[in-house]
Design a protein around this ligand. Structure first.
Ligand code: CU
Length: 71
């Protein structure tokens, strides 16, 4: 089990929350996705075998290109 957190400044409404949640949930190995709209952060729990780059790619593919990795 591992957790990654990302900052996605372009998150602006519930539509964004749904789009990112759906996109990231499709990545194999992802177990839980929590989007905090007020903090514009995405917290992802996965099985430990998911590359950070794959998670960023999924967020990018959903249309959110300005993604940074939080500690
Ligand atoms: Cu939106």
């Amino acid at each position: 089990m591992a957790t990654e957190q990302f900052l996605v400044p372009q998150l602006s409404c519930q539509h964004c929350v749904n789009a990112v949640t759906k996109a990231v949930s499709k990545v194999q190995g992802v177990q839980n996705v929590q989007v905090n709209l007020s903090e514009k952060s995405v917290r992802i729990e996965h099985d430990g075998n998911v590359a950070v780059s794959a998670l960023v790619a999924a967020i990018n593919d959903a249309g959110y290109t300005d993604v940074s990795v939080l500690a």
